[in-house]
Design a protein around this ligand. Structure first.
Ligand SMILES: NC(=O)c1ccc[n+]([C@@H]2O[C@H](COP(=O)([O-])OP(=O)(O)OC[C@H]3O[C@@H](n4cnc5c(N)ncnc54)[C@H](OP(=O)(O)O)[C@@H]3O)[C@@H](O)[C@H]2O)c1
Length: 338
């Protein structure tokens, strides 16, 4: 099968399209013919993972070490990127009951990756679900990661109707789903923070207010919030606490050890709290996300689509700062299992 392969860590050019053996489904696996996969945060991070030091990594040192052991210190241990996908069931293992050949599906593979390829295998009880009927394969492929993370996060912090929430990092992989779910499903008032090029995009997702972080510092503004969700974990609690309401919470989606210590300290002291939220991916959350997508409560916006052979170009465009929505790789051409 055709796949985009990572033979060494580095800039986008390290991605090469070549022929590799297709995976073979086990008894409880489904073989999926991949139609589309987006360029996600994890793909660009892992493509150049040798350059990622503990200081550059957005999570605690132990997570960095686990990441290095999974993806490789100097050479890639995972050679096919792509953690989200949409496609069609090509074949099923002997004991599969939930899916059949021809089903349109979408899903999330997390660190197993492997979607920059014509075929991938998923356990039938993995994070895979019927594709939202109203979305194209490209739109569906761009949905699972953000939707699952946003659902898990907003449930974990028990966001209430009428609460005000500020999403710092509203335009990336997770933020758009957080903005839309907080607004349309949880009934919160939502403000978003993003870069200049994506202000209109975040407004179009339903944010009541959008703050351009290149023009002003949201921590200097007079508004206060019940919840501030910081996707990249860059806002210091010492400054952020002044924009929190008296019982407000600062939720870090990315966090370092010092922020875990702040969480412990603020949980003892009461009042304004720090929460370091870890979200795990669940099949039932993806199935629920599918319903929300079909109901129009989560939309995925595809900015540009690149063929698999131009995966490097897709990575360059994703990193260019120009994108307004998802950058998707389409696995085109006649598929041949070999
Ligand atoms: N806790 C968990 O369970 C969990 C799970 C998965 C991932 N994560 C973490 O989530 C992070 C990736 O999230 P993602 O996929 O949404 O990332 P992403 O696609 O790279 O998006 C980053 C967002 O941050 C914004 N941003 C960049 N610089 C900023 C600044 N100086 N001030 C304010 N906003 C800024 C970007 O805005 P512009 O693009 O408009 O500039 C964009 O909206 C990683 O650190 C990962 O470790 C955590």
């Amino acid at each position: 099968m055709k796949a985009s392969i990572l033979t060494k860590f580095g800039p986008p050019e390290v991605l090469r399209t070549c022929d590799v053996a297709a995976p073979v489904p086990k008894d409880r696996d489904i073989l999926i013919r991949v139609h589309a996969t987006p360029v996600g945060f994890g793909d660009t991070l892992i493509r150049d993972f040798a350059a990622v030091t503990p200081a550059k990594f957005n999570m605690p040192g132990l997570f960095w070490l686990i990441g290095k052991m999974t993806f490789g210190f100097r050479k890639p241990r995972v050679s096919i990127l792509g953690s989200e996908f949409a496609g069609e069931v090509e074949a099923v293992g002997r004991r599969v009951t939930r899916f059949k050949k021809g089903d349109a599906v979408f899903g999330y593979r997390g660190p197993r990756m492997g979607a920059y390829a014509e075929f991938l295998c998923m356990p039938e009880n993995g994070v895979v679900s019927a594709k939202p009927a109203n979305l194209t394969y490209e739109q569906a492929a761009a949905g699972p990661y953000g939707a699952i993370m946003a659902l898990g996060l907003l449930r974990k912090i028990r966001l209430q109707p009428g609460q005000s929430v500020l999403v710092v990092g509203a335009s990336g992989g997770i933020g758009p789903a957080v903005v839309q779910l907080a607004r349309h499903h949880f009934g919160a008032r939502v403000a978003g923070v993003c870069g200049t090029a994506r202000v209109e995009y975040v407004k179009s997702l339903g944010a009541d207010t959008v703050i351009d972080y290149t023009r002003e510092d949201f921590m200097d503004r007079p508004e206060t919030y019940d919840v501030v969700i910081d996707i990249l974990g860059k806002s210091p609690y010492s400054r952020c606490r002044r924009i929190l309401k008296p019982q407000g919470r600062l939720v870090y989606v990315s966090f370092k050890t010092r922020q875990i210590l702040q969480m412990l300290r603020t949980s003892v002291l009461g009042g304004k709290k720090v929460v370091c939220a870890l979200v795990s991916e669940k099949q039932e959350d993806l199935a629920f996300a599918k319903e929300l997508m079909e109901a129009g409560k989560i939309r995925t916006i595809v900015d540009r689509v690149f063929p698999l052979e131009q995966a490097a170009e897709a990575h360059r465009y994703a990193a260019s700062g120009a994108k307004k929505g998802s950058v998707v790789i389409s696995i085109t051409g006649p598929a041949i299992i070999s």
